[in-house]
Design a protein around this ligand. Structure first.
Ligand SMILES: Nc1nc2c(c(=O)[nH]1)N[C@H]1C(S)=C(S)[C@@H](COP(=O)(O)OP(=O)(O)OC[C@H]3O[C@@H](n4cnc5c(N)ncnc54)[C@H](O)[C@@H]3O)O[C@H]1N2
Ligand code: MOO
Length: 398
């Protein structure tokens, strides 16, 4: 059987995960989510003509004669004032930044150009009509499509929605991802280790990756290599999660709990032409999409990067699901298995002529090398050797 290509498995994973439903979510839950429909402005911004300066609302014509001129201050308008008196010719009204401009005024003179008086004010400059008035609709016209579907909601977009008076926005919700690690050798960090045991690390790494991608992670610590325990662990979550991601138990050994538990379900196990991350499974378990990643920590994390992260981003409606990439030259030579895309860990240094230094070897147990790297170096399937100085594609991880 020929191995599955990286592209084929990516496609399968993306199809399984699908699209999350659209919900109207409160703005404070929308950061980083994707707008699912255009936002039509329900009001104009600014909603009314208002002052850009602390000063005096005036008629420009009253300052057109000899300067300085002294005029009576007929009213005082703080920001937030809702009732206004029309400006009578030959008078001014003291006005604050953001306060509504009274009918009859056609300019604001800033306080620095006056003596700051409260009964009468002496004004030392003339102004053109419109000076320091922020006209209603200057920024947004009521009825405008101010934010279009597909926009990623960042602080500025959420600020604009608030300014328009919107409390909720239509977005595709975050996928809820159950992370389940398997292995009888695993021990929870903080507990004592017996000989032959190791601390469990994939769960934390994958759950953090889900959160970094914008999903909600439920980290079910881990189960031993026991099929019944595997089914029992998943049962309480089946109605409430969108995706199950497992790690471990999928290769060729005698105790492959994930393979054994899911063999009778609609899950296809395959070898993908990549290294690390070769053994993969994908399908559904009791109606829930399930992605089974290999247990070696670097394999699990690279699998997440290559298959799961893009699928989660797509499920939320993101158009851009790829990490940014760059071309760089490798500082040392590399070898790579024939017929497999290799993802080596690297340290990319843009400041020194876009070079990348491999960190650690190809072994998929080398977690500290992954932790010291900031990119993956992609070696194409048909390349088995790269000389120092060769050009490669790097996939930035941060
Ligand atoms: N005869 C063969 N053996 C193996 C093959 C193969 O094709 N034929 N493939 C190798 C490759 S490649 C990988 S990757 C692994 C995948 O193995 P599993 O998915 O079954 O994972 P495990 O055997 O459970 O664990 C592998 C390794 O990783 C450690 N591990 C597992 N889970 C965690 C965790 N949550 N936290 C930290 N470390 C974990 C585990 O202790 C093992 O050392 O199979 C190869 N073998
Ligand atoms: O291909 Mo396994 O996934 O590295 O060590």
């Amino acid at each position: 059987m020929s191995p599955t290509t990286v592209a084929e498995h990516r496609q399968r994973v993306a199809e399984l995960v699908g699209l999350m439903p659209v919900l109207q979510l409160p703005l404070d839950e929308c950061l980083g989510l994707v707008l699912a429909a255009d936002v039509i402005a329900p009001v104009s911004l600014p909603p009314f003509d208002n002052s850009a300066m602390d000063g005096y609302a005036v008629r420009a014509a009253d300052l057109a004669g000899p300067i300085p001129v002294t005029l009576p201050v007929a009213d005082d308008i703080p920001a937030g004032r809702t009732q206004l008196n029309a400006l009578e010719p030959g008078t001014v009204q003291r006005i604050m930044t953001g306060a509504p401009v009274p009918p009859g005024a056609d300019a604001v003179i800033q306080v620095e150009l006056t003596d700051g008086g409260t009964e009468t004010v002496t004004i030392n400059a003339s102004v053109a009509q419109g000076t320091n008035i922020r006209v209603a609709g200057d920024d947004v016209q009521k009825g405008d499509a101010v934010l279009v579907a597909g926009t990623v909601l960042r602080p500025a977009q959420l600020g604009l929605a608030s300014a328009l008076g919107l409390a909720r926005l239509p977005v595709r919700r975050r996928p809820r991802v159950l992370i389940l690690s398997t292995g009888s050798e695993l021990v929870e960090p903080g507990q004592p280790l017996q000989p032959g045991q190791i601390y469990e690390s994939n769960g934390m790494m994958l759950a953090s990756s889900v959160r970094e991608a914008g999903g909600v992670a439920v980290q079910l610590r881990f189960v031993p290599d026991d099929v019944e325990a595997f089914h029992r662990a998943l049962a309480p979550y089946l109605g409430s999660v969108d995706v199950i991601v497992t790690s471990g138990g999928v290769s060729a050994g005698a105790y492959e709990v994930v393979k054994d538990a899911l063999a009778s379900h609609d899950v296809r196990f395959t070898k993908v032409a990549m290294q690390p991350g070769g053994p993969q499974g994908a399908g559904t378990y009791e109606g829930v999409p399930v992605l089974t990643l290999p247990g070696n920590p670097v394999s699990a994390q690279v699998s997440f990067e290559v298959f799961v992260r893009p699928a989660l981003l797509a499920s939320m409606g993101h158009a851009q699901v790829e990490r940014p990439t760059a071309r760089a030259t490798v500082t040392t030579s590399l070898t790579s298995p024939a017929g497999k895309t290799q993802f080596r860990r690297g340290l990319y240094d843009p400041s020194s002529g876009q070079v990348v230094t491999p960190v650690g070897g190809p072994g998929s147990h080398l977690l500290s090398a992954l932790a010291l790297s900031n990119c993956l170096i992609e070696v194409p399937e048909d390349v088995t050797e790269l000389a120092a100085g060769a050009e490669v594609t790097v996939r930035h991880l941060q």
